[in-house]
Design a protein. Structure first.
Length: 120
């Protein structure tokens, strides 16, 4: 699985150094779990999806230790830690998490992978 390392001088460790975070790629089952976590139900029926805390929900899934273990087991724990930082911090983490999960814009596209199957 892909990982992106982010060093944030705005976030200090206990020793006062800049904090480093690892943003991991989600496997297909984890991504499905992330998607399901946004579902809104009323009377047992799925009525839509909520974008509330979407960035923090995604970071709760993607920020992990060096062994791939999630830093937080639920959104509330992630909110209590990340919610105290400014949007610039979560934005930097989101850029890295998106890169780990959706690739870099400079990567070759799969839209046209051979001359035998041209893309429209």
């Amino acid at each position: 699985m892909r990982r992106e390392r982010v060093i944030l001088p705005e976030v200090k460790t206990k020793s006062g150094k800049a904090a480093a975070f690892l943003c991991w790629e989600l496997d297909a089952l984890e991504y499905g779990e992330f998607q399901d976590s946004s579902r809104v139900y009323k009377d047992g029926e799925h009525v839509g999806n909520s974008a509330k805390n979407e960035d923090l929900r995604f970071l709760a899934f993607t920020l992990r230790d060096g062994n791939g273990n999630r830093l937080w087991s639920n959104l509330e724990d992630a909110k209590s830690q990340l919610g105290k930082y400014g949007k610039s911090v979560t934005s930097k983490l989101m850029v890295a998490s998106n890169k780990a999960n959706f690739g870099d814009r400079d990567e070759p596209s799969a839209e046209k992978n051979s001359e035998a199957t041209p893309a429209d």
